[in-house]
Design a binder for this molecule. Sequence first.
Ligand SMILES: C[S@@+](CC[C@H](N)C(=O)[O-])C[C@H]1O[C@@H](n2cnc3c(N)ncnc32)[C@H](O)[C@@H]1O
Length: 207
Amino acid sequence: MFLARMNMAGLRPDHDVLDIGCGVGRVARYLCAYLYPSVRYEGFDVMDAAIAWCQENITPAHPNFGFTATPVLNTAYRTDPSLPDAATFRFPYDDASFDFVCAQSVFTHLLPESAENYVREMARVLRPGGISCTTWLWFNDSGYSHPFTEPMERHDTYAVLNPEIPEAAIAYQEDAMRKMFGTGGLVIDGEYPGYERIQDLCVAHKP
Ligand SMILES: C[S@@+](CC[C@H](N)C(=O)[O-])C[C@H]1O[C@@H](n2cnc3c(N)ncnc32)[C@H](O)[C@@H]1O
């Protein structure tokens, strides 16, 4: 389903792709069959074991698929407080390296300053005209809220499911997300509400 959503966003098989918070390769395993072997796919994640699994099970058969462990603090996924902060983390890739950047169910685990930084970093690593395809949980003042947000504790521009582990699940006011993209240097092309287990989707591009 996410591959279909990425296609709708403009993904082509000749795109160099960055997969933020790639986990155990749930997206990568489909992109293996979709992307041309000549293009570059990179995934990174804070969980070492997930990255090791991808390196051992995906890269040998698809050498153009690279995976990098990026130990960064996350109160749900990587809890060592001595780790660097996601709010200042620089993605380990050069400027303008990718045509397409995706993050499935990752901004739903980032607090506002980290989410702002990740949008800025997406803009930095995308080539001009490059596309970002990211999932979120939204609520807005016009009456829409993703069903997952209903039990959440509302703060100003965001809401959390568990205040003790805020990054376990985070929703954003839709306007706050739009502001992040505007200040981060990406232009939103489409917002597609989800339902039940399907998260809300934001498609944007770098001018
Ligand atoms: C719900 S999982 C989604 C994984 C994958 N995108 C998928 O769709 O299967 C959230 C992922 O985000 C990763 N993550 C959490 N904080 C992160 C951060 N600051 N930078 C990169 N990845 C992060 C987690 O380790 C986890 O793999």
